[in-house]
Design a protein around this ligand. Structure first.
Ligand SMILES: [Zn+2]
Length: 131
């Protein structure tokens, strides 16, 4: 059912994809949208202040197995996203998804296949190779 939504999204992007038919335009817009996602997250700290970052080296006790190591890992984030920042990040992520989908369209890739294959890959790999 979720894949159906992804398929409909890809069809809609294809309809709207007039100005960025060139792979070069879509590639550079994709990269730009990625930077805008990062910027919207950074602004939660530097402009709004709803989140703060406090980072240090991640360490996991040597006797702990990889699966249990999760509980020793820290996001380095403090606070909660405010409504404004949440909306801004969602908007930038949505824009990023648009250009990701545009790239799929131009390369004749099905976004649902990309999701399915990645889902299969992470299921198979488990805790390993996901860094
Ligand atoms: Zn905020």
């Amino acid at each position: 059912m979720k894949n159906e939504v992804v398929g409909q999204f890809q069809d809609k992007v294809s309809e709207l994809l007039i100005r960025h038919r060139s792979i070069l335009d879509s590639l550079t817009k994709f990269q730009e949208s990625s930077a805008r996602v990062n910027r919207s997250i950074a602004k939660t700290v530097t402009n709004c202040g709803c989140l703060s970052v406090s980072a240090s080296k991640q360490t996991c006790p040597p006797e702990v197995n990889l699966k249990d190591c999760q509980q020793y890992m820290n996001s380095h984030l403090n606070g909660e996203l405010c409504e404004h920042c949440l909306e801004a990040i969602e908007e930038e992520l949505g824009n990023h998804l648009f250009y990701l989908t545009a790239l799929c369209n131009l390369l004749n890739l099905e976004l649902t296949d990309v999701f399915d294959k990645e889902f299969e890959r992470i299921n198979t790999l488990g805790f390993f190779n996901l860094s």
